[in-house]
Design a protein around this ligand. Structure first.
Ligand SMILES: [Zn+2]
Length: 314
């Protein structure tokens, strides 16, 4: 099954290691430097360090997830397919200590096809995040989980499962407390750094993506965007809301209707970033998810995970 075929990021000429993990047979991919899948295979082209090389297990297990580690110099940020998570082996503090760059270069957004990005905020928990993961696995779909440090600390095994199953993990602050995040950008960055440490302590890598709790629109001052850029983070809000956290206890059918209605227009014709929650109390989201996946597929969407290359939702 060609779900986990080889995907290539960047180019050999850049010297940034590029090949992603395992593969199934028979998917031609122009420029692919190796047919074996047993090795990242790019080191021989450039002598580059392993940094930036996607993980490829030695046994090339067909179901191993495909993911990419960003190069030390951040040069390999380009995508040929939208469902490959991107991580960094360094925290921002480690980059600064090692004299490595932190500011992201100009990045070309991924604009091919019609891509829906399912995003689940505020987890992980045991019950609902695990149920969401089961549904995604059965559907063969990857999604993005914006986790808090506090929840990751409480449920490291669920965070590890998200990572192991090829989804993207994003930073959603330590404990979602607005008074620590807004309007002081240094407070915001400190909460993100603390959460990065926790995430890296569990899965060994740092996300480059984050979502501002409550969204950036109402909260960011002019200082935030350049400060985030300088610190190597990319923030994504959403352009489709399930409204599954609305205070009036909506039910699964409401979320389905919201998502169906908001994916009709030109604004989501290429990129639909869909806000949902997988934390405690969101059983109705779990209930709605199979139908949400079905209706998006019926509208012609494929599914991607958020990366620095994901277009902004507006
Ligand atoms: Zn949140």
């Amino acid at each position: 099954m060609a779900k986990e075929w080889v995907k290539i990021i960047g180019s050999v000429a850049l010297g940034a290691a590029l090949l992603a993990g395992s593969m199934a047979q028979g998917v031609p991919d122009a420029g692919r430097p190796s047919e074996s899948g047993a090795s990242p295979a790019t080191g021989q082209a450039t002598g580059a360090s392993e940094a930036g090389t996607a993980e490829a297990p030695a046994d090339a297990a067909e179901n191993a997830p495909v993911r990419v580690l960003v190069a030390d110099d951040l040069s390999n940020l380009a995508l040929t397919a939208p469902d490959i998570p991107v991580y960094d082996r360094y925290t921002i503090a480690e980059r600064r200590a090692a004299g490595l760059p932190t500011a992201l270069p100009e990045i070309a957004p991924y604009r091919e096809g019609k891509v829906a990005y399912l995003t689940f905020d505020d987890g992980p928990d045991v019950q609902n995040t695990s149920a969401v993961l089961d549904i995604l696995r059965d559907a063969g779909v990857h999604a993005t989980f914006y986790v808090t440090g506090r929840q990751a600390q409480a449920h490291p095994e669920v965070l590890q499962r998200i990572y192991d199953e090829g989804h993207a993990i994003g930073n959603h602050s330590y404990d979602h407390r607005y008074e620590k995040l807004y309007p002081d950008v240094n407070g915001f960055l400190a909460e993100m750094a603390k959460t990065d440490e926790i995430i890296k302590g569990i899965i060994g890598v740092r996300p480059l993506i984050l979502r501002a709790p409550g969204g950036r629109i109402l909260h960011f001052t002019a200082a935030y965007v350049p400060a985030l850029q300088e610190s190597g983070y990319v923030e994504h809000d959403w352009n489709v809301s399930s409204a599954d956290a609305a205070p009036n206890h909506p039910i699964a059918q409401d979320f389905i209707d919201n998502i169906a209605g908001q994916t009709e227009g030109e604004a989501t014709a290429h990129t639909a970033i869909i806000l949902m929650h997988s934390s405690e109390g969101h059983e109705e989201t779990v209930k709605a998810l199979p139908e949400i996946i079905r209706l998006l597929q019926a509208k012609g969407y494929t599914f991607g995970v958020i990366t620095p290359m994901t277009p902004q939702p507006w």
